[in-house]
Design a binder for this molecule. Structure first.
Ligand code: ZN
Length: 166
């Protein structure tokens, strides 16, 4: 264990907290009832359309701080979204621990996440309009995000090995 291994684990944890936060928007926009574009930046309250500020988008924590309600209109935030964040975070950490926080961990995370997304879509039904293109956009976007993390870990891993060899 050297400084690079610690950097990798801390980085992995932080990045996947962000991904779990993004996952609710990503999955929600592919489900029945949504007409929002997958790449639309703002995350809004389903009831009043209030744009949720970044500080209120921390997975699980924000839900607890706002007592599960929209800060603008008080509408309850679906509990399922918070459960999804927690479930995915535990999954990603387990995959990381079992596979040693390597590039391959991120590849498995990516496949796992995309399969999870498909299961939710099948169970909850897909959105009516423009589903195919939105699904493809979502896949490409996630591919870019996960590739970036994978490359970062690969580079940090190489640096870690170089230190051990010296
Ligand atoms: Zn609201």
């Amino acid at each position: 264990m050297n400084i690079f291994n610690i950097i990798i684990i801390v980085d992995y944890t932080l990045v996947f907290i962000v991904i779990c936060g993004l996952s609710t928007t990503d999955v929600q926009r592919l489900l029945k009832g949504s007409t929002t574009n997958i790449v639309s930046k703002n995350c809004c309250c389903d009831s009043c359309g209030y744009v949720i500020p970044l500080k209120d988008q921390i997975p699980v924590v924000s839900y607890l701080l706002s007592k599960g309600r929209c800060r603008n209109c008080g509408a309850p935030i679906p509990k399922g979204q918070t459960c999804q964040e927690a479930f995915l975070f535990v999954s990603f950490m387990l995959i990381g621990i079992l596979t040693g926080f390597k590039t391959v961990s991120v590849i498995i995370d990516f496949v796992y996440y995309e399969l999870y997304k498909l299961v939710v879509i099948i169970v909850k039904n897909r959105r009516r309009d423009d589903f195919g293109r939105q699904l493809l956009l979502s896949l490409l976007l996630n591919l870019v995000i996960f590739s970036a993390i994978g490359l970062f870990i690969f580079a940090a891993d190489m640096a870690a090995e170089r230190i051990i060899c010296q």
